[in-house]
Design a protein around this ligand. Structure first.
Ligand code: NAP
Length: 248
């Protein structure tokens, strides 16, 4: 076992897609909270550059190559994390894509829908399954799935909702499916200390939306951080944004 973390009691976190955007901010804040953070990135060079910047601020952040669409990188990442401490205390499933060819049901490009579902839902499921043995070894692990208000069936069916015109079938369905993962996994793990929740970060200025979002990345990371650090009496199997419970 690698003991370079220095402190066996130090908690270990993995954030997927953390080389930029909300994931990078979550990685930074988990580092500040005292975690050893594995910063997941499908492009190892970009991930290493991001991790080096955080390390320059005295945070214990290590890049791990992890592509949601590449099973061997997922398996290798689990082995790397296991070698450090034999467990994983926090998994933040942040990585995700939107696709310019996505759109409403009548016109969405089928390959785009497939790509988005494959990354945001199937890829996240694959990472979660690979990390589950390590999460079960931790005393009280937390799993946070970065969902979206666009994944809410109730809001999608409300013509007066502020984002009612954002009918991206692939993206919205991928986040609704991710919410199903949250609910079903929380049910499976109901007799364990592990808590599984979906976070809606809110409309946040990142590359994903050409920086059109009206929130800062600090605001976008806030609810995921709260769910990553939930106390023992915190909720599981829920869907939350800052200060509110979101409708499924
Ligand atoms: P972003 O800046 O585009 O970052 C997305 C991250 O995911 C990048 O690091 C990207 O890596 C990574 N990624 C994409 N595909 C991947 C794959 N196959 N394997 C591993 N990593 C992959 O987006 P963001 O706004 O921070 O989004 C973070 C999460 O919040 C996403 O799940 C998104 O759906 C969700 N969300 C965002 C908003 C918003 O307003 N921004 C609102 C609701 C929900 P590369 O750099 O290599 O592309």
């Amino acid at each position: 076992m690698d003991t370079t973390a220095g402190n066996a009691a130090k908690k270990i976190a993995l954030v997927t897609g953390a080389n930029k955007g909300i994931g990078l901010e979550i990685a930074r804040q988990l580092g500040q909270a005292g975690f050893t953070v594995f910063l997941g990135a499908r492009n190892a060079a970009l991930g290493e550059a991001a991790a080096a910047k955080l390390r320059a601020n005295s945070l214990d952040v290590r890049c791990v190559e992890l592509d949601l669409g590449n099973a061997s990188t997922i398996a290798a990442a689990a082995k790397t994390i296991e070698a450090l401490g034999g467990r994983l205390d926090v998994l933040v499933n942040n990585a995700g894509i939107a696709d310019g060819a996505d759109g409403p049901p009548s016109t969405a490009n089928i390959d785009a829908v497939r790509r988005v579902m494959e990354t945001n839902f199937v890829g996240t499921l694959a990472v979660t399954q690979a990390m589950l043995p390590l999460l079960k070894t931790a005393p009280a692990a937390r799993i946070v799935n970065l969902s979206s208000g666009l994944g809410s069936l109730q809001w999608n069916s409300d013509p007066n909702w502020a984002f009612a015109s954002y009918k991206l079938l692939g993206y919205n369905a991928s986040k609704a499916a991710l919410n199903m993962l949250t609910v079903q996994l929380a049910y499976e793990l109901r007799d364990t200390p592990i808590k599984v929740n979906s976070a809606n970060p809110g409309y946040t200025a990142t590359d994903m939306n050409g920086h059109q979002g009206n929130q800062t990345i600090e605001e976008g990371a806030a609810e995921s951080m709260r769910l990553a650090l939930l106390p023992a009496d915190g909720p599981t199997g829920g869907f939350f944004e800052t200060g509110a419970v979101d409708p499924w």
